[in-house]
Design a protein around this ligand. Structure first.
Ligand SMILES: O=C(O)CCC(=O)C(=O)O
Ligand SMILES: [Fe+2]
Length: 376
């Protein structure tokens, strides 16, 4: 079996568990101190949040939403590389943040009604048991989660149920017990709910969902986090907020990703023609591959993801049977190539960043004339 870097290995393991059971737990992948910070940062809002009145919530839940704008600790969790690697395995590349919330569960309610989170996309996207998946939801343990204090419970295997199969009282459930700093994750199609807290201390979890990059998220994250704020956030976070155009095509400003257009991300191209005046996508792919292969270094999971997307488009472009198809794929390849470069410039491989900076700038004009490159 191929050796994977730890992030990729963890994501692969979690994806296998998710696909089989509909949920997974990543044990203590965050420092418990981050959870304390998060709790302190959201306290002003948590103190004012009232118990949710709708019967659905069970009576014991209070909720803070748009936590992205209320807690830097949340942003730190949102940048965790394992999430992005796992999102990619389940949702495909370029997923978007669906929403950000904190659930405070207190003594005194009944259990929440069992439901699927994917229901927000029904009936437009009917249930697709076993995939493709559109939504993936993470719940981080800000305090320990136990059966006694109301840990989220899931019905294992329910992600495979066909449309119309509803939960029954005798369906076996699993309580997602976990230590502070761990994160549970379930599919949009998995039946689950908050349980009931039988202890005097609140059970606190912070939730972040992700949806496919071509689907509209629950919260309007681009309005919540304007460019001057997003500028100081990690690249992976900017991207899941929507500062990246999906496949370079959806959510653009003047043919570019919003982050590129706004100039809040490092790039190699000149501002005046960032779309065309960048290195040839074939060169970017080759240079990146050579760098890691010649040093026998593992490829960071985010760079690997960018490289896979670019390689697929480059291969399709090289194999395209018409000049028209090649030109269309060039647009996608250049966008993906710029995103790969952004990830390298934001990362730690300074030597690779230098190598990419040395690549000749091929304008769209010269690239079209160098047929040798395109048929490589
Ligand atoms: O707080 C929990 O354990 C789960 C809450 C939940 O699933 C929801 O409100 O959608
Ligand atoms: Fe839910």
């Amino acid at each position: 079996m191929e050796a994977l870097e730890p992030t990729a290995a963890l994501a692969r393991e979690a994806a296998a568990h998710l696909n089989e059971h509909g949920y997974a737990i990543l044990d203590r992948i965050a420092d418990p101190a981050i959870m304390d910070r998060l709790q302190a940062e959201v306290k002003p809002w948590a103190d004012r949040a009232e118990r949710l009145q709708l019967k659905f919530f069970g009576g014991g839940l209070r909720k803070v939403e748009s936590v992205l704008t209320k807690s830097r600790a949340f942003v730190t969790l949102l940048a965790h590389p394992v999430l992005h690697a796992l999102n990619e395995r389940i949702l495909g590349p370029e997923s978007l943040l669906n929403g950000s919330s904190v659930f405070i569960l207190e003594q005194g309610g009944r259990e929440q009604t069992i439901h699927t989170d994917g229901a927000i996309y029904e009936p437009m996207l009917p249930r697709t048991p076993g995939g493709p998946h559109f939504l993936l939801v993470y719940m981080w343990a800000v305090t320990d989660f136990t059966q006694e204090n109301g840990a989220t419970r899931v019905i294992p295997g329910s992600h495979l149920w066909p449309a119309g199969r509803h939960p029954r009282p005798d369906d076996p459930v699993e309580y997602l017990e976990m230590k502070k700093g761990s994160v549970a994750v379930w599919l949009g199609s998995t039946f689950h709910a908050a349980s009931s807290n039988h202890t005097p201390a609140a059970r606190i979890g912070t939730q972040m969902g992700f949806n496919c990059g071509w689907l509209r998220p629950h919260e309007a994250n681009l309005l919540l986090v304007p460019p001057l704020v997003a500028r100081d956030m990690p690249l992976a976070v900017q991207e899941v907020l929507g500062y990246r155009a999906y496949r370079g095509m959806l959510g653009c400003i003047e043919q570019q990703s919003p982050g590129e257009w706004l100039g809040i991300q490092a790039s190699l191209g000149s501002k005046s023609n960032q779309v065309a005046a960048t290195p040839d996508p074939f060169d970017v792919e080759a240079c990146t591959r050579d760098y890691f292969a010649s040093r026998a270094l593992p490829i960071p999971s985010d760079v690997q993801s960018e490289l896979d997307q670019l390689a697929a488009t480059n291969a399709a472009r090289a194999a395209a049977s018409s000049e028209d198809d090649r030109e269309v794929l060039e647009v996608v390849a250049r966008s993906q190539s710029r995103h790969l470069v952004s990830h390298v410039l934001a990362g730690e491989d300074a030597a690779l960043a230098d190598a990419l900076r040395q690549l000749p700038i091929a304008t769209a004009e010269t690239a079209t004339h160098s047929h040798a490159r395109e048929t490589r």
